[in-house]
Design a protein around this ligand. Structure first.
Ligand SMILES: Cc1cc2nc3c(=O)[nH]c(=O)nc-3n(C[C@H](O)[C@H](O)[C@H](O)COP(=O)(O)O)c2cc1C
Length: 205
C-alpha cells in the first residue's frame, strides 16, 4: 500500500492533491443542475456532490464550492427558488463535463453544447432533455461549512421523472438499465453495472 500522512498530503502539488482527495471518497453521483435566471437565461453545470438528505420530506442536497467567484447555478437558485437535477448518462459525458467551464452569466452552456433544455409541466427551471432521471427541485435551506467556506444547499423534490425501463416494481431506480454515469475524482466517468440487490438485513444473533 502507498501511504500518505497529513504532512505528505499538505506538501503535494496542487493538481496531484485535488486528484487524490477528490478520488478518495469513492464513486460519486453524476448530475447536471439546471436553472433559469430571472432574466430567462438558462444555465447548466455538472455537480458530483448531489446526495440524499432524507425521504420524508424528500430532500436532496449538494455541496457548493466557495462563492469567491461567481457561481451562476447558486445565484439563479437564490434568485428564483427553483432548480432541476438531471442524471448524466453515457451519451452526454463529454458535454456534461464541459459544463464545468467558467462561462459568463450571459452565456448559456445549453448554447455551447449539444445539451438541450426540456421545459415541462410549467416547472420554472429547465430539465436536461433525455436524461433518464430528472428531478424538479425547490430550494429549502443552506448551511455554511466554516472549515473550507463551502455550502450545503438543500432542496425538496417537487417532481420526479424516470425513464420507464429504469423503474422497478418496488420503487428502486435501476441506474444501470439507463446507462447512468458515476464520477471518479474530478474527471473520470464510469457506467456501472448493477451486480446484485440484497434483502433488508436483520441481526444474525
Ligand atoms: C466532475 C465535476 C464535478 C463537480 N462538482 C461540483 C460540486 O459538487 N460542487 C461545486 O460547487 N462545483 C462542482 N464542480 C464545478 C462546477 O461544475 C463549475 O464551478 C461550474 O463552472 C459551475 O457553473 P455555474 O457557474 O454555471 O454554476 C464540478 C466540476 C466537475 C468537472
Amino acid at each position: 500500500m502507498i501511504y500518505f500522512d497529513t504532512d505528505k498530503i499538505n506538501d503535494l502539488n496542487h493538481l496531484y492533491k485535488i486528484n487524490l482527495i477528490n478520488s478518495c471518497a469513492g464513486y460519486k453521483s453524476a448530475n447536471l443542475i439546471a436553472t433559469k435566471a430571472a432574466d430567462n437565461q438558462a444555465n447548466v453545470a455538472i455537480f458530483s456532490s448531489v446526495t440524499h438528505i432524507g425521504s420524508a420530506p424528500p430532500l436532496l442536497g449538494f455541496f457548493l464550492r466557495p462563492t469567491t467567484v461567481l457561481r451562476n447555478t447558486y445565484e439563479n437558485i437564490l434568485e428564483t427558488g427553483y432548480f432541476t437535477i438531471n442524471h448524466i448518462h453515457q451519451k452526454i459525458l463529454k458535454d456534461a463535463h464541459h459544463t464545468s467551464a467558467k462561462y459568463d452569466k450571459n452565456i448559456s452552456e445549453f448554447d455551447v453544447t449539444d445539451l438541450e433544455t426540456d421545459y415541462k409541466d410549467n416547472f420554472y427551471a429547465p430539465f436536461v432533455k433525455n436524461c433518464p432521471v430528472q428531478l424538479a427541485m425547490k430550494y429549502v435551506e443552506e448551511y455554511d461549512i466554516k472549515v473550507n467556506n463551502t455550502k450545503l444547499v438543500i432542496g425538496e423534490i417537487q417532481g420526479l421523472y424516470i425513464k420507464e425501463n429504469a423503474l422497478e416494481k418496488d420503487g428502486f431506480i435501476n441506474l444501470s438499465n439507463a446507462a447512468i454515469a458515476t464520477i471518479n475524482g474530478l474527471d473520470g466517468y464510469a457506467i456501472p453495472n448493477l451486480k446484485q440487490r440484497f434483502e433488508y438485513q436483520r441481526p444474525k444473533i
